[in-house]
Design a binder for this molecule. Structure first.
Ligand code: NDP
Ligand code: 8X3
Length: 249
């Protein structure tokens, strides 16, 4: 049985990915800050073997300690899904809140690096592994008011390429998944709990569901060793670019 560690499994794309990987026969390490959510998910995944790690990806020491604390049965991590992250705010750069910028860069970029740094030694010693970084369509195009969020995801795109080059000789494969508009808690977090504003993002068209992204990830990580799907962009059917979405009244 293979083991997958999914960051940000308490909600949205990460949660759906944990479910899809359990269905594919993986043993799961699920992580996030909201322990109760992770406990609910673990109960839902039973009888699949699940281990919960509760930590903030921005805290490097906590990430390292969490991975070190893994029981023997969960230490052979075959697949790492670097998914934890969020947008905070949507404002022109001249009006942006630097605290929001810190949150995005610290979680989406440094957080991804912290978890990767903690997990890589376990993959290196076995000369085997598969890392999937959750980027975004926003990492491949900038949109008005998206500035720092787009930059954080552009960093994920660049890191995915760099990691793939550095890790290939160690037997570790790296892929990037770039979703478009997925209805999750993403917009509620971006708009700081303003549910009405968040709901408007997904009105007038059918957005992606987290499960749509999860099934692609499941397919990618279950390919045989001679196949690497290195980069995938998944848009909603009504979406041509990040903010080019055909909405019906
Ligand atoms: P959600 O808000 O539903 O989920 C975000 C997850 O990330 C939660 O499980 C949250 O867990 C975790 N997380 C956030 N910050 C931290 C942190 N500092 N430490 C630990 N865990 C953290 O959003 P999505 O599922 O939509 O987002 C998942 C990923 O997909 C993100 O990287 C996002 O940028 C990306 N994405 C989303 C798109 C969308 O349209 N929804 C499109 C493209 C990419 P907890 O709060 O419990 O810590
Ligand atoms: C989330 C998708 O287009 O709202 O990464 O930035 S978008």
């Amino acid at each position: 049985m293979k083991t997958a560690l999914v960051t940000g499994a308490s909600s949205g794309i990460g949660r759906a990915t944990a479910v899809a990987l359990a269905q594919a026969g993986f043993r799961l390490v699920i992580t996030g800050r909201r322990r109760e959510r992770l406990q609910e998910l673990a109960a839902e995944l039973a009888p699949a073997p699940v281990h919960i790690l509760t930590f903030d990806v921005r805290d490097r020491a906590a990430a390292i300690a969490a991975v070190k604390s893994l029981p023997e049965a969960f230490r052979q991590i075959d697949v790492l899904i670097n998914n934890a992250g969020n947008a905070h705010g949507l404002a022109p750069i001249q009006e942006g809140d630097p605290n929001d910028w810190d949150l995005m860069l610290d979680s989406n970029v440094r957080g991804l690096l912290n978890v990767t740094h903690a997990v890589l030694p376990l993959m290196q010693e076995r000369r085997s592994g598969f890392i999937v970084n959750i980027g975004s369509i926003a990492g491949h195009e900038a949109y008005a008011n998206g500035n720092v969020y787009c930059a954080s995801k552009a960093a994920v795109a660049s890191l995915s390429k760099g990691m793939r080059l550095d890790l290939i000789s160690l037997g570790i494969r790296v892929a990037e998944v770039n979703p478009g508009a997925v209805e999750t808690e993403f917009s509620a977090v971006r708009f700081k709990g303003d549910a009405e504003r968040a709901a408007k993002v997904y009105q007038g068209f059918e957005p992606l569901k987290p499960e749509d992204v999860a099934e692609v990830i499941q397919f990618m990580v279950t390919r045989p060793p001679h196949v690497t799907i290195s980069e995938v962009t998944i848009l909603a059917g009504a979406q041509a670019a990040a903010t080019t979405i055909v909405k019906q009244p």
